[in-house]
Design a protein around this ligand. Structure first.
Ligand code: CP
Length: 302
């Protein structure tokens, strides 16, 4: 039976742990060509650097072939073809679909149209589950465990899809959450309800300094300009938080700074040389984790 990764909740806690084990195996031995003879469609209806290229790197390392697009102007979408017909057609050309789309729910719809597994590479402000799995892998590598982590999520918690799916995944692991955002970009109520229903503690604040010294993980996020309806509102909040090296002076030895990237201004470049900055290593982890996700969904490595 086909299995997709549209929401992080499509994977159980055991499956999440299994993906992280597979990723570690691929990191230790990247030359495992389980995708020889397979074709993966990478359909990017919205811009991407890391997600698209790390999926492509993962597929290449596994010996698979890639078809797809990163600009819908070069496809028949520009001639008016429906999303349904595009997905139905590409399903006849490939073994698995990786898809990013600006609309929430687009990946779920694609998984209903297609007989192939679908990996959601980000749908609007909703979910980004492959990013979540690489974030978990990064937390595991830097903290030695996923259990009992104190995470401070900073920035655009309203539109940030990486925050939404990471919060749900970490709810399996006795996490303590601190949400730092301007009031306009607070974490939506449905996610607070999600935590409340599971008895998971969280704190909301606008002051980054209040909690930074207690955090194991500082998860910085970009204010998502492309999701704002009102450009003036974006201008008001775009530089709400800028993490600077001096702010890390009292943080714990094990503290690491993650960011899904791209960054705009929210982490000053003076943080980059601090050993607690982990966001570029995080991007490398994405290749191993995406090798694991594809191999698992295609049932070529268990
Ligand atoms: N983290 C992330 O999704 O980056 P891209 O938008 O560059 O793919």
């Amino acid at each position: 039976m086909k299995k997709s990764l549209v929401s992080i909740n499509d994977f159980s806690k055991d499956e999440i742990r299994h993906i992280l084990e597979l990723a570690a195996d691929f990191e230790a031995e990247p030359a495992q060509r389980f995708l020889l003879g397979k074709v993966i469609a990478c359909l990017f209806f919205e811009p991407s650097t890391r997600t698209r290229l790390s999926f492509e790197s993962a597929i290449n390392r596994l010996g698979g072939r890639i078809i797809g697009f990163s600009d819908t102007n070069s496809t028949s979408t520009a001639k008016g073809e429906t999303f349904h017909d595009t997905i139905s057609t590409i399903s006849n050309y490939s073994d698995l679909i990786v898809m990013r789309h600006p609309l929430e729910g687009a990946a779920r719809y694609a998984s209903e149209i297609s007989r192939l597994p679908v990996v959601n590479a980000g749908d609007g402000a909703n979910q980004h589950p492959s990013q979540t799995l690489l974030d978990l892998y990064s937390i595991l590598k830097t903290q030695g465990s996923l259990d009992g982590i104190n995470i401070m999520m900073v920035g655009d918690l309203k539109y940030g899809r990486t925050v939404h799916s990471l919060l749900q995944a970490l709810s399996h692991f006795k996490t303590t959450f601190t949400f730092v955002s301007p009031k306009e970009l607070r974490i939506p109520d449905e996610y607070k309800q999600y935590l409340f229903d599971r008895g998971i503690p969280y704190t909301e604040t606008e002051a980054i300094e209040e909690h930074i010294d207690h955090a194991d993980i500082i998860y910085m996020t970009r204010v998502q300009r492309e999701r704002f309806i009102d450009p003036m509102e974006y201008e008001r909040v775009k530089n709400a938080y800028i993490l600077r090296n001096a702010m890390l002076a009292g943080t714990k030895e094990n503290t690491r700074i993650l960011h899904p990237l791209p960054r705009v201004n929210e982490i000053d470049t003076d943080v980059d040389s601090n050993p607690k900055a982990y966001y570029f290593q995080q991007t490398e982890n994405g290749v191993y984790v995406r090798m694991a996700i594809i191999s698992y969904l295609l049932n070529v490595k268990q």
